[in-house]
Design a protein around this ligand. Structure first.
Ligand code: G3P
Ligand code: CA
Length: 412
């Protein structure tokens, strides 16, 4: 279950997926038709930082998985190294998604822009996510293009141009040397270049006007501004947590594709489809594809669902450790959830302790922080909160082998 955007209508809880509805303009893909959900509406699947709900973001593993899962596009982030190489990484520091703290202990705060490509290549970019991904490395932009190899579209975000001066020009220059990606007739798969930074996007568009561009936002811009954008912007990527139904209509009426980020639960996918999105950016492209193809996951098929995420609220003190996720056994059999884990949108992983069995109809509270364990409460002993308490988050519940059991999203 999940909550709907506060300013929007209630999610269509229990509504048949087969609601009649008009086909919406999909983001075009050369020679193919985006998949149709059971309602008859189409939507294009963008794998956010690759299939990042299942593999470490922005690595070859996440991109290969997204391709195998049938995503239409991979979405990813490009920045500049100290020696001007284009590299694929989301954060402006290396701290979260590499072993830089260990490998370069004296280089805090580990800004990407302070490291040469040779140094970046020494880092492990997979082990932080799960041990089995140790050995993944930061890719260059060229390596990314080679890896994708015409098998999937690319939605490339010019990440943080303020700390990556010249990024738009560098990407355009590199793409000119990869004509297979920019000449419309020759393109094996489409390319869309996006950014939160409108000026950087304009700079890129000036250099390569034949490449469609997307503006990433939190809110949908006001009327006049939206009309201006529609003159040169191909798609708008607003934050799903801030998207209001009346604004969704304004985007498509202005002539742009509406492709919100980051949409990570079946309820939100259906809600967004009802708003007329042309595509969705998600950490779980396989699950979105399943839904679009009518293979909806049956809630509780694995016996256990995410009932609630109790995130920290503004009134909670700094030392509050009450943050937890409520798991509910909706079956008539006990379910052993030892080793199962939860993952948030930032890829934090909260593992349930061995031996935890939720009785039929029972609950288990999985705490992030420290505390005393008992039959209905398990504590991970972390010292920092993981569930986003500013605007919303999603939680994926995985079995110990990584398979998905349930997806839950909340919006604040
Ligand atoms: O494409 C939009 C989305 O990627 C923006 O968010 O922070 O994941 O780059 P972020
Ligand atoms: Ca991005």
């Amino acid at each position: 279950m999940s909550t709907s955007p506060s300013s929007g209508p209630a999610l269509p809880s229990g509504a048949p997926v087969g609601d009649a509805g008009p086909a919406v303009a999909p983001v075009p893909r050369a020679g193919t038709t985006p998949p149709v959900c059971r309602s008859g509406r189409r939507a294009t699947t963008y794998a956010h930082r690759g299939s990042s709900g299942m593999a470490p973001e922005n690595t070859a593993a996440a991109f290969e998985l997204a391709i195998a899962e049938g995503a239409d596009y991979v979405e990813t982030d490009v920045q500049l190294s100290a020696d001007g190489e284009l590299v694929i990484i989301h954060d402006v520091t290396l701290a979260r998604t590499t072993d830089a703290r260990l490998a370069f202990a004296d280089r805090a705060p580990w800004n990407v822009q302070a490291f040469t490509l040779a140094e970046l290549k020494k880092l492990d970019a997979g082990g932080w996510y799960e041990g089995e991904f140790t050995g993944q490395h930061i890719l260059t932009f060229d390596e990314l293009l080679d890896l994708l190899g015409g098998r999937v579209g690319l939605n490339l975000e010019l990440k943080s141009p303020a700390v990556n001066p010249g990024l738009a020009q560098a990407v355009a220059a590199r793409l000119r040397r990869r004509p297979d990606w920019i000449e419309p007739g020759a393109r094996p798969q489409p390319l869309i270049v996006g950014s939160f930074d409108e000026q950087a996007l304009r700079d890129f568009h000036t250099q390569l006007p034949e490449v469609p561009v997307s503006l990433i936002t939190y809110d949908v811009p006001a009327g006049g501004m939206l009309t201006d954008l529609a003159g040169w912007i191909f798609s708008l990527n607003p934050d799903i947590r801030r998207l209001r139904p009346e604004d969704a209509g304004r985007v498509t009426e202005a002539g742009m594709a509406l492709v919100p980020w980051t949409v990570d639960s079946p309820e939100l996918w259906r809600w967004a489809l009802d708003l007329g999105v042309g595509g969705m950016i998600t950490n779980y492209p396989h699950a979105l594809r399943d839904m679009l193809h009518g293979r909806d996951r049956v809630p509780g098929a694995a016996g256990v669902v995410i009932d609630d995420v109790r995130y920290r609220s503004p009134g909670d003190g700094a030392r509050w450790t009450g943050e937890h996720v409520v798991l509910r056994n909706v079956s008539d059999q006990p379910v052993d959830v030892g080793g199962w884990y939860l993952r948030n949108q930032a890829s934090d992983r909260i593992v349930v302790g061995d031996g935890y069995v939720i009785p039929a109809g029972g609950l288990l509270r999985v705490h992030t922080g420290p505390g005393d364990n008992d039959a209905t409460t398990y504590h991970n002993g972390r010292t920092t909160a993981v569930w986003n308490s500013r605007n919303g988050d999603s939680a994926g519940l995985h079995r110990a082998d990584g398979t998905i059991v349930d997806l839950y999203a909340y919006i604040i």
